[in-house]
Design a protein around this ligand. Sequence first.
Ligand code: ATP
Ligand code: MG
Length: 652
Amino acid sequence: MNTFAGGSIESVLVEKRVFPPPVEFAKSARISSMEEYRTLWNRAKDDPQGFWNDMASHLVWRKPWDKVMEWTEPHVKWYVGGQLNASENCVDRHCVGPRRNKAALIWEGEPGDRRVLRYQDLKREVGRFANVLKAQGVTKGDVVAIYMPMVPELVIAMLACARIGAPHTVVFGGFSGEALAGRIQDCSAKVLVTADGGFRRGNIIHLKEQVDEALAHCPTIRNVVVLKRTGHQIHMEPGRDHWWHEMASIASADCPPEPLDSEHPLFILYTSGSTGTPKGILHTTGGYLVGTTLTASWVFDLKEEDTYFCTADCGWITGHSYLVYGPLSNGATVVMYEGAPDYPDKDRFWQIVQDYGVTIFYTAPTAIRAFMKWGEQYARKHDLSSLRLLGTVGEPINPEAWVWYREVIGGGRCPVVDTWWQTETGAIMIAPLPGATPTKPGTATLPLPGVVPEVVTKSGEPVEPNQGGYLVIKQPWPSMMRTIHGDDERYRRQYWSEIPGVYFTGDGARRDHDGNFWIMGRVDDVLNVAGHRLSTMEIESALVHHKAVAEAAVVGKPDELRGQAITAFVTLKSGYQPSEDLRQQLRQHVAHEIGALARPDDLRFTDALPKTRSGKIMRRLLRDVAAGVESTGDTSTLEDFSVLARLRHEEE
Ligand code: ATP
Ligand code: MG
C-alpha cells in the first residue's frame, strides 16, 4: 500500500475473478460486443449533442426540439423547445398494434391476491385517474403527493400526474406521518393520494392514520384521495377526503395526454437520507425519459418477451426509473410485489420468479445479504430457470454477495449487472452491458455511453489507476437532476463547488487497469487511520468474505494517536454464535485478507444494523454509537429505531 497526497483513498481490495458475458446471451443481446460499446461511448463523448439528438428518437415527441442542450454551469436544459408527455410514452404508444394486449403490470399483493393490467387497461385507468385529479382541482404545475402501498394504483397515480403535467412526489409508504408532513411542506403539495392501509408481514400498515396526523401540519393540501386497499375502519374527513373508487366511478377514462415542455418538472423525489437530511431532487420530463428509456433497454437488455421484476419500492428512485418510467416506456412487462420478501416465508421472491417466469430480476445488496443469511435452501425450493439476467443497485455489493447471487440465484448462467447511480443522476451511469462487458465481482465496471466519469483528487487532478479518489462526472447528461427543490444554493454547493467544473457524486472510487470503476462508498465514510485513508467498503467486504459473517459495517472512532480507530459492527449468519474466539478470528481474518493496518480495533456483534428504509447502512449513526455520543443528525429515514437503541444499550 502506498500513501499519497491530495486526499486520495487507498485501495486494499484485490479481486481477480472475471466473468465474460455468456456466449449465448451475447449472441442476441442489444449491445453484443465491447467494440460496439466503445464505438457508442466514443461517439457520445466526442459529439454529445449529435449522440443525444439521435437517442431522443426512441421517444414520441409532440413537437421537435430546437436545441439539444443548453449548459450554463451548473444548470442544464435538454431538448429545448421540444414537447412530449411521459405517460403517453409509457402507455399510449403501446396501445396501437399487438402490444395493446400485452401485460404492462403483473401485480401480486402480500396476501396473495393477483392482478394483471394490459397496456390498454393501464391507459384506461391512468386516463380515468387523471380526470379524478382534475376534478380535485389539480392543474398543470401543481404538486401531487403520493403515499401508498405498492399497489397498481400507485403506478396509475404517478402516470396520471405525468399525463396532466402535475409533478408528483412519492413518499415511501413506510414513513411516519412526520416524515410525510416534512416532505409535503417542503414541496407545497396541493393534493395527496393515499390508501387506508397496506399489508406488510401479515400486518396492516395504517397509512391513513399517519396521513391524518401529518395533515394537521400541511395547510397546502386541499384534497385527499383514498384508495380502499385493506378495508379496515378509517377516519374520512368530510370535504377533504374522497374515496378513490367513488371518484373513479364517475370519471371518464378518456383524458388526452397534455403536451409538455421538455423541461417541465416530472417529479420531486427525496433522497434516501443515508448521509444527512433528504434532499428534494427535481427531475424534468424529456431528458429524464430519454435517459431511463435507453438505460433500461441497454442494461437490462429488455426484449419483447421478457418478464421483468424490480423489487424496489416506488418511494425510491429505482422504483421511479426502473419499475415505472424506464421499463414501461420500453413496452416491457413489469412484475410488482406489495409486501415483505420473507412473508409468509423467506422464499417469497423465488415463488414469484417461478410463478410468473421472471426473466430479469433487479434488487439491492441488502436483500442479497439477507438471502445469504437465511440460507440457499429457500432459493433451491423453486425453479428459477426462467431467469436470464440479474441486477443490483443501492450500495456497493460485496464480492462474496455478488458471487452468491450469480451462483445460487442465477444458476451460474445469468450475467450480473451491478448498476451505480443516484437519485440525482436519474438513470444508471456505470454498469456492465450484459452482452458485452466482462464483469468482476464488486465493480460496476464501465460508464454507459454519454457518461464521462473520472476519479480525481480533492483539487480535481486525475489519480493513477488503482488509487482511490473522488468520483466525478465531467459532462452533463440528459437525466441529471435540475436542482434541489427550493434550495438551488445547496444544489450548487453540494454538487458543483467541492471540485471545480465537474459534478461531484459524493462517492469514492478507484479505476483499475481495465478501466473498471470500483465504488468504495461515501467519501464522508472514508476512514483515516494513521494517515491512511481507507474505504469502509473494502474492510466490510473482507469481513463478509468470512463464512460466519452475514453483514458488516465499519466506521472510524476518534483516536488520539492515530486519528481514527476502526470499529466494525458485524451480524452473523444463521447457525453462528458470537464469541470472543470468533471476534479474534474475524479481526485476524481482516488483517490476513487486506493487511494489519485494516484490522478492526474493536469488533462488535449485533443482531441488525441501522439502515435507511431503502436498505442502506447508515454509518453516520454507527459513528456516533462507536464514539459513544448521541446522534444529532436527521433520523427520519431510519428503518427501525429499536436497532439503534439496542446498539446503544449494548454499549452500556
Ligand atoms: P442521501 O443522498 O440522502 O445520503 P443516498 O445517497 O443513499 O441518500 P440514493 O440516491 O438512493 O440516496 O443513493 C445513491 C447512492 O447509493 C450512491 O451515491 C452510492 O453511494 C450508493 N450506490 C447506489 N448504487 C450503487 C452501486 N451499484 N455500487 C455502489 N454504491 C451504490
Ligand atoms: Mg446521496
